[in-house]
Design a protein around this ligand. Structure first.
Ligand code: ZN
Length: 112
């Protein structure tokens, strides 16, 4: 799959960034809670935890999609729409390297 070498590098880079981001979020969640409890009221803490959770869930979902895309590259099924089996437009792959659907199918599902 030599034609996807650039995309593979981009995906691997993005994966590293996300892993670093998740490690950062996890360390924030685990540390500092003890002393912050004395300063912030419960509402603020709940808000921070919810915000952290949302960021983490987004990052985890994206990371999962990136890992799936890299697996498809290994298997040779990368760039093929999982819905209709058609080829995904290379321009679309460059914009969203981890997409599983061609433009038409993505529009129907309203997801990438
Ligand atoms: Zn399709």
């Amino acid at each position: 799959m030599a034609q996807y070498e650039d995309l593979r590098r981009a995906l691997e880079q993005q994966r590293e960034q996300l892993q670093a981001e998740l490690a950062e979020i996890n360390s924030q969640t685990n540390s500092g809670m003890g002393y912050r409890n004395h300063q912030a009221d419960d509402g603020t803490i709940a808000f921070e935890q919810a915000a952290n959770l949302a960021v983490r869930q987004n990052a985890e979902r994206l990371l999962y999609q990136i890992e799936r895309a890299l697996t498809r590259m290994e298997e040779g099924t990368y760039g093929i729409c999982r819905e209709c089996g058609g080829e995904i437009d290379p321009a679309r792959l460059r914009a969203i390297p981890y997409t599983r659907y061609c433009m038409d199918c993505a529009r129907r599902h309203e997801e990438t």
